[in-house]
Design a protein around this ligand. Structure first.
Ligand code: PGA
Length: 246
């Protein structure tokens, strides 16, 4: 299981330090990886605080070029150098606010893999697409266009746009259906191992239910990951789930 904390553009140095201090006596389980995705500017700082490496570090985005004239962008190689292991690509906020399209996301995924990072590629439909009955076709075409091919190890996050920050989550059947389609599409692209995370209004009170669904390999958490208590409650739901399975 994989628990990803997408902090987005939140938390300052003091709050980050408090967050990590509050985690000090917590025993992470070997079967559940926790990864934090802070703002670019605090990646180095967070890395210095988590020197025991019980938590992994990731970036919320990257560029596809190794270096060059790309003002304001970040190379996946720089992220790797600063201790990142993962990078989120194609989050719906990036797609909507910065016009990142599937082609761009695919190029970033190849480049991230080359740099030694594991990409977490986000897909998800709008409420209009869901209501028109086209969610499955939409997700399939997103995957078709943005997934890299013939790679070893990839993460895909299903994040319905209508669920992000709204408190509304899809039904168990809807999550199960999309996650199994994602796994099939990844096999078609000859991807070795694919872990599928669910993201969108994951909270302590729904995490256990979500993580008991077939083909849910973890969660990508936004709002609830800003608070240590909620983050750990969700993490513990994942630990409980792996104990049920084994
Ligand atoms: P949320 O965000 O948990 O606040 O809904 C999830 C995300 O955007 O990754």
């Amino acid at each position: 299981m994989f628990i990803a904390a997408n902090w987005k553009m939140n938390l300052n140095k003091k709050k980050i330090q408090e967050f990590i201090t509050d985690l000090e006596n917590f025993e992470f389980d070997d079967g559940v990886k926790a990864c934090i995705f802070p703002s670019f500017i605090f990646i180095d700082y967070l890395y210095s605080l988590i020197s025991d490496k019980s938590i992994s570090l990731g970036s919320q985005n990257c560029h596809f070029e190794k270096n060059g004239a790309f003002t304001g962008d970040i190379s996946p190689y720089s992220l790797k150098e600063c201790g990142c292991e993962y990078v989120i690509l194609g989050h719906s906020e990036r797609r909507a606010q910065y016009n990142e399209d599937n082609n761009f996301i695919k190029k970033c995924a190849y480049s991230a893999i080359d740099a030694g990072l594991k990409p977490i590629i986000c897909v998800g439909e709008s409420i209009e697409i869901r209501n028109s009955g086209n969610a499955i076709n939409f997700i399939k075409s997103q995957l078709d266009e943005c997934l890299p091919e013939n790679c070893k190890d990839i993460y895909i996050a299903y994040e319905p746009m209508w669920s992000i920050g709204t408190g509304i989550i899809p039904s168990i059947n809807q999550i199960e259906e999309i996650h199994s389609i994602i796994k099939i599409q990844a096999i078609k692209k000859n991807i070795g191992t694919t872990k599928v995370l669910y993201g969108g209004s994951v909270k302590p009170d729904n995490a256990e239910k979500i993580m008991s669904i077939d083909n849910v390999d973890g969660t990508l958490i936004g709002g609830a990951s800003l608070n240590v208590k909620d983050f750990l409650a969700i993490y513990c739901s994942a630990v409980k789930q792996i104990k049920v399975i084994s």
